[in-house]
Write a new protein. Structure first.
Length: 288
């Protein structure tokens, strides 16, 4: 199951990063337990990678076991849906629409269901996030399986309990959602409208989406724009002209380029900005 020296850039939407010392795809709960045991034995961090649409890795070797969840079963019981977290979120939204179940407010968010639960992905600070639908979440952490109710998940804007805590980050394995019912045609119309809006306002190639969290109710792009940084470039990374909170890989971008831009934005913008993207260092720790 464990592979060695696997390139990571191609597994992220921004296409930045080096090589995982160890890599594994996890298809069942036994795989999860085995991966955890391996990481303990090798004394390396266990890093879960979903769709890689909010993550960049350092260049060179990441001294960690990077795992990807490959389980994506979906069990529907009326409007309660249990989904394994390797499921691709855009595909899931479309499949649910065909069953008259409405997840359309999450249209345009790339990546896996697991990544969305981890970071409570969704619309902006005043919009709808995935926690709206969550009933409970099953995770494996520090050798134990646990199921948390929605309240226990401590969701808030781009936050959940899974982002914090001692030891290895948890593997979020499945989530049960309660979805509203609406006619398929109405849901699909909304999906199309939201996709068109995204295409008009956001770049979609070699980016990891929003880099910074909103500050209070103010979107980060407004603050970055006001600081005159729209279009600013360091090496192969540019602050997108189309959306000033999106970083683009416009060439052979390096991890240092991406961090360079983040540091410059943090220094230049007066308001304290929190980094939403995951910057993974060579020892597996987070840069921000
Ligand atoms: C064009 C574009 C538009 C975007 N628009 C939005 C938006 O509107 N709203 C929004 O919130 N985000 C947006 N994003 C960011 C991104 O899509 C979300 O953050 C998404 O939820 C990340 O999912 P992922 O599976 O790709 O996560 P990854 O980037 O793979 O991982 C992100 C974090 O989640 C953790 N993680 C992933 N899966 C699991 C799991 N099963 N168990 C434990 N931890 C896990 C990882 O360890 C990592 O820390 C956008 C990105 C792009 C490229």
């Amino acid at each position: 199951m464990i592979q060695e020296l696997i390139p990571l850039a191609g597994k992220t939407t921004m296409r930045i990063g080096g090589t995982a010392r160890y890599f594994a795809e996890l298809t069942n709960t036994e795989d999860v337990e085995a991966a955890y045991g391996f990481a303990q034995q090798e004394r390396v961090p266990l890093i879960v990678l979903g769709g890689g649409s909010n993550t960049v890795f350092a260049d060179d070797i990441i001294e960690a076991l990077v795992v990807r969840i490959k389980a994506e079963n979906v069990y529907v019981d009326k409007n309660l849906v249990q989904v394994e977290t390797g499921k691709n979120l855009p595909m899931f939204i479309n499949e649910m629409a065909k069953q008259n179940l409405d997840l359309s407010p999450l249209t345009g968010i790339l990546g896996s269901v697991g990544g969305a639960v981890f970071g409570n992905a969704g619309q902006g600070p005043a919009g709808i996030w995935i926690d709206t639908y969550v009933r409970n979440v099953t995770v494996f952490r520090e050798g134990t399986w646990e199921t948390f109710t929605k309240d226990q998940c401590d969701f808030s804007y781009r936050e959940s309990r899974f982002k914090h805590g001692p030891g290895h980050a948890p593997v979020i394995w499945d989530v049960t959602l309660e979805l509203p019912t609406r006619p398929q045609a109405d849901i699909e119309t909304d999906i199309q409208t939201l996709l068109m809006k995204r295409i008009e306002t956001q770049p979609h190639v070699k980016t990891a989406g929003s880099c910074f969290k909103a500050v209070g109710g103010t979107p980060a792009w407004k603050l970055i724009d006001a600081a005159g940084l729209r279009g600013h470039t360091i090496g192969g990374v540019q602050i997108a002209e189309k959306h000033a909170n999106f970083l683009l890989n416009i060439g052979e971008a390096t991890y240092a380029d991406a961090k360079g831009i983040v540091d410059e934005v943090k220094k230049t913008v007066k308001e304290p900005l929190d980094v939403e993207m995951r910057f993974i260092e060579n020892d597996g720790s987070l840069a921000y």
